[in-house]
Design a protein around this ligand. Structure first.
Ligand code: ATP
Ligand code: ATP
Ligand code: MG
Ligand code: MG
Ligand code: MG
Ligand code: MG
Length: 269
């Protein structure tokens, strides 16, 4: 306030630069684990997919969505998670650094906080970190292409990793032999190796590994029975229905139209 004396040091605040995100754009914050190749090795993650680690990533993402404002959808795979703030958010005056650092720190502290729920007595050996970046998308089309890009990345990596580790774990190849075997192969070749040599249909592999994890808010009506006592009446049990918001996880295709048609509230006009 003007009544409060300003120190002679106050001018340094003017060195802060403006990082307000352009209005009307979706604000996407993507986090990625720092050096998780090593983190996965040191914590003996199962190859190619450790479900404890994926569960912990999702749990941490859920904490971000529940604790912070205005996130409408999040998508994660491997050691990364993307969070989408609604177009109209005014949270922290849309300041990129505030939004990004709140997402990154809430996620990181949750990753440590919930570690035990997923890894039990296996100790966390050192404090993990996550980098963050902010990207703005002006149209629904751009935003859907962004999420499609991440899911396509998940698919490409998971198909490769699935064949790679199958060749090693079931085919007895060394890592170098498996690498050589896969050099220059197309997706169809990889599917064929799994099918003809290992009797495995890639499409029957776990959906969370193939598609990644999509988190959205869902409204559902919850009916609870409440005791009500009105003056001069007997106490009664009355059903009370209220609409509650809950974060729901999907492990499905988000590239095609179906998911978006089934959840029309996620995107705005
Ligand atoms: P950077 O710091 O540049 O991100 P990085 O080592 O984290 O380096 P990424 O490209 O992000 O490199 O790859 C993440 C790596 O973490 C994967 O290649 C994989 O080895 C490991 N990883 C992450 N999640 C899992 C999981 N659920 N199961 C098994 N391995 C995982
Ligand atoms: P915001 O999210 O906007 O930062 P805030 O509640 O964190 O809100 P700050 O201006 O950052 O507001 O003030 C931090 C407050 O945290 C202090 O006013 C004080 O109440 C409390 N606090 C922080 N550190 C200590 C400490 N070591 N001992 C006692 N209180 C503390
Ligand atoms: Mg990377
Ligand atoms: Mg990483
Ligand atoms: Mg990564
Ligand atoms: Mg504070």
């Amino acid at each position: 306030s003007s009544a409060m004396a300003k120190s002679k040091f106050e001018y340094v605040r003017s060195f802060e630069t403006d990082d307000t995100c352009l209005r009307n754009c979706y604000i996407v914050v993507r986090l990625d684990g720092r050096n998780f190749h090593k983190f996965a090795e040191q914590h003996q993650f199962a190859k190619p997919n450790d479900d404890r680690a994926l569960g912990l990533m999702s749990r941490s993402a859920r904490s971000v969505i529940e604790e912070l404002e205005d996130i409408t959808i999040a998508y994660g795979q491997s050691d990364e998670f993307s969070f989408v703030f609604k177009r109209t958010t005014t949270w922290f005056k849309r300041r990129a650094s505030k939004l990004m650092t709140h997402v990154a720190s809430q996620f990181s502290s949750s990753y440590v906080f919930y570690w035990k729920e997923f890894f039990g007595e296996q100790p966390l050996l050192y404090p993990p970190g996550f980098d963050g970046r902010v990207v703005l998308y002006p149209t629904n089309h751009n935003l859907r292409d962004y999420l499609s890009w991440r899911q396509a990345d998940c698919h490409i990596n998971n198909l490769y990793n699935t064949v790679f580790w199958t060749l090693i774990q079931k085919g007895g190849l060394t890592t170098t032999q498996a690498e050589d075997r896969l050099k220059g192969t197309l997706a169809s070749d990889k599917n064929e190796i799994l099918f003809s040599e290992f009797d495995t249909n890639y499409n029957n592999e776990s959906a969370v590994h193939r598609k990644g994890t999509t988190l959205i808010w869902e409204k559902r009506n919850e009916t609870v029975s409440k005791r009500i006592k009105r003056p001069n009446e007997e106490e009664q049990q009355v059903p009370v229905t209220r609409s509650r918001r809950k974060v729901e996880a999907y492990y499905c295709d988000i590239i095609g139209d179906q998911f978006w048609e089934e959840h029309p509230d996620v995107l705005e006009d």
